[in-house]
Ligand binder design. Structure first.
Ligand code: GNR
Ligand code: NI
Length: 167
């Protein structure tokens, strides 16, 4: 197992659109294990492969409080979305920034699991929000880009200041 490096916004590589996984094999399962370890260590409730500079359609999520809810989504697709909800989101690729984002309240997602077996999951609450946040990463989108230009510019300024402090 290994902890992977997480890209930080505004790294251009976060804008890559991930391509579908074609083979669910041991090499992919190694990456899944490393992504889960990286997510737990951060700590975070989700991680998209894009964030570790692997541009494949792969996500891990665990919204439980005791690490019992690890779910792997390979080639995830939202097949139904209803309702609206807002939540103060954060992102491991945008450290220290938390902003209200509007998303669908309820989603149905189809994906493959770590054995390559298709499954369908109905989600609401934090899980539904996290699934949408992660699929956005696979499409090259970061949550702060959903905000107004003014808010995004303020965030970019703040990120630059924080970076100066931690370098
Ligand atoms: O750890 C995370 N917390 C979180 C909180 C609210 C909405 C979305 C998230 S996902 C985030 C981890 C991350 O950046 N995943 O891409
Ligand atoms: Ni994120």
């Amino acid at each position: 197992m290994a902890i992977l490096n997480i890209l930080h916004y505004p790294d251009e590589r976060l804008h890559n659109v991930a391509t579908p996984v074609e083979q669910v094999d041991d090499k992919l399962r190694q990456l899944i294990d490393d992504m889960a370890e990286t997510m737990y260590a951060a700590p975070g409730i989700g991680l998209a492969a894009t964030q570790v500079d692997v541009h494949k359609r792969l996500v891990v999520i665990d919204v439980s409080e005791d690490k019992t809810g690890l779910t792997t989504f390979i080639n995830p697709r939202i097949v139904e979305a209803d309702g609206k909800t807002t939540y103060e989101e954060g992102c491991l690729s945008v450290p220290g920034i938390y902003e209200e984002v509007e998303r669908a309240e309820h989603v149905v997602v189809e994906a493959l699991d770590r054995d390559g077996k298709p499954f369908r999951l109905e989600a609401d609450g934090l899980l539904a929000i996290c699934i949408q946040h992660e699929i956005d990463h696979l499409d090259g989108k970061v949550f702060v880009e959903k905000l107004s230009k003014l808010k995004l510019n303020r965030i970019l300024t703040r990120l630059k200041k924080n970076q100066r402090k931690t370098l």
